[in-house]
Write a protein that binds this ligand. Structure first.
Ligand code: PLP
Length: 436
């Protein structure tokens, strides 16, 4: 496959844009380096790059594009918004409509505030929790990603009962000291951390279904135990549902069937992003009324945004949710995902390649290993070189995956059986080449 134009554009981008990319996850650093593909056009489940090569897309822009590229209903909504003026700096009727849709789908959110990204949403939930509890530390889980604000760019110290270390240059040690990191799915570690630091802990923050070291379900009772331990400690539970909300059904993890008793896993605050903007920049946070009333102009916790709630993002979000509300939408994504996962697994087995796949409805992650993936340590203990090889073989056969062994594959409402057939054919060729 000729990608010479992408290579040229990458060289040019390197001159002007740091690292040639506007988000590090877009670089190919984790899959052996080189030029990322410069895409030019997307339609439905497909992409065309600057050299005219066609790809089937499973990246879905890291999650928001659940209705595929340039969905006509969303495009019409954005066009109408643009024609009416894209930014007012005043409240609008549209914001109320999307807020009501979110509240109906996620009943733990009595009140909502729109922001511009998942990072902002998470960052603000922490501020609100700190304002409400008048405590400063937070507990997070290893391998969960919560955006790039200082507090959540902190990795585990040397054990669950130690404080964190900065995960990025520029995050002061003093901030890392405010964060305790424990393994996902490990209630004992959480208990130990709360025993030691409990009186200082404002909130326990979690991706209730993990999307950032593969797709990982909480073990039965984990969320229930997390909520109980946290609330007994006088701390707030924050769910980061930036990836998970509207991903598996029309709602969020809190309301997803198959988890613990729903009334026992209700968070105090929820952070949202990605899907709820239909592909335009958005974030939102919400929660219990008296917690949210900490936020300015009602309360002392300040948070603001020039672009927040802009009519274009809000319109795209409403349109996206309208599509997702359609009959059988999630069932169809799941049907295709099952076909794809079964086929990938069979194909890998035919070529003697160890492959663990974690699938939750229309989203799944592929791990080159022969053990289950239930926490970050297990996700790290997989063959990154094999993933890189698979990624490149698939790309050369027109399949666009995320360039990282930790990221998920996302089905969209626009994938078809033909796409699955073509993907499985590419995978069979790739596994054959890898095992040769
Ligand atoms: N939280 C989770 C769970 C995410 O996966 C992400 C991004 O991937 C974020 C927060 C940050 O969102 P954004 O990239 O919109 O700032």
């Amino acid at each position: 496959m000729n990608r010479s134009t992408s290579e040229q554009l990458y060289q040019e981008a390197l001159q002007h844009i740091v690292g040639g990319v506007n988000s590090p996850s877009r670089s190919f650093k984790a899959v052996g380096g080189g030029a990322p593909v410069f895409m030019k056009r997307g339609s439905g489940a497909h992409f065309w790059d600057e050299d005219g090569n066609k790809y089937i897309d499973y990246l879905a822009a890291y999650g928001p594009i659940i209705t595929g590229h340039a969905h006509p209903h969303i495009t019409a909504a954005i066009t109408e918004a643009a024609e009416n003026g894209i930014l007012y700096g005043t409240p609008t009727r549209l914001e109320i409509k999307l807020a009501k849709m979110l509240k109906e789908a996620i009943p733990s959110m009595d009140k909502v505030r729109f922001v511009n990204s998942g990072t902002e949403a998470v960052m603000t939930t922490i501020r609100v929790a700190r304002a409400y509890t008048k405590r400063s530390k937070i507990v997070k889980f290893a391998g969960c990603y919560h955006g790039h604000s200082d507090l959540v760019l902190v990795a585990a110290g040397s054990g669950p009962s130690t404080l964190g270390i900065p995960d990025s240059a520029g995050v002061p040690q003093s901030i890392a000291q405010e964060v305790i990191t424990v393994p996902f799915n490990d209630l004992e570690a959480l208990r130990e951390a709360l025993d030691k630091w409990g009186e200082e802990v404002a909130a326990v923050m979690v991706e209730p279904i993990v999307g950032n070291f593969g797709m990982v379900m909480p073990k039965p009772g984990f969320l229930e135990g997390l909520c109980k331990l946290t609330h007994d400690n006088g701390s707030l539970v924050i769910y980061d549902e930036v990836i998970t909300a509207f991903r598996f059904h029309y709602g969020s993890t809190q309301t997803y069937a198959g988890l613990d008793n729903h009334e026992d896993i209700i968070p105090d605050l929820t952070a949202l992003g990605k899907i709820i903007g239909g592909g335009l920049p958005i974030g939102a946070y919400g929660g219990r009324k008296h917690v949210m009333e900490q936020v300015a102009p009602l309360g002392p916790a300040y948070q603001a945004g020039t672009m927040a709630g802009n009519p274009a993002s809000i319109s795209a979000g409403i349109a996206c949710l309208e599509v997702l509300r359609g009959e059988g939408v999630y069932e169809e994504m799941e049907r295709l995902a099952i076909r794809l996962v079964d086929g990938l697994q069979a194909s890998a087995a035919r070529h003697g390649i160890p492959l663990t796949i974690n699938r939750i409805r229309g989203a799944f992650s592929t791990h080159f290993c022969d053990h289950p993936i239930t926490d970050y340590e297990e996700a790290q203990d997989t063959d990154g070189e094999m993933f890189a090889s698979f990624f490149r073989h698939m790309l050369d056969r027109g399949i666009n995956l995320a360039p990282s062994k930790y990221e998920a594959w996302f089905l969209t409402t626009e994938h078809t059986d033909e796409d699955i057939d073509a993907t499985l054919e590419a995978a069979e060729d790739s596994f054959r080449a890898m095992s040769a």
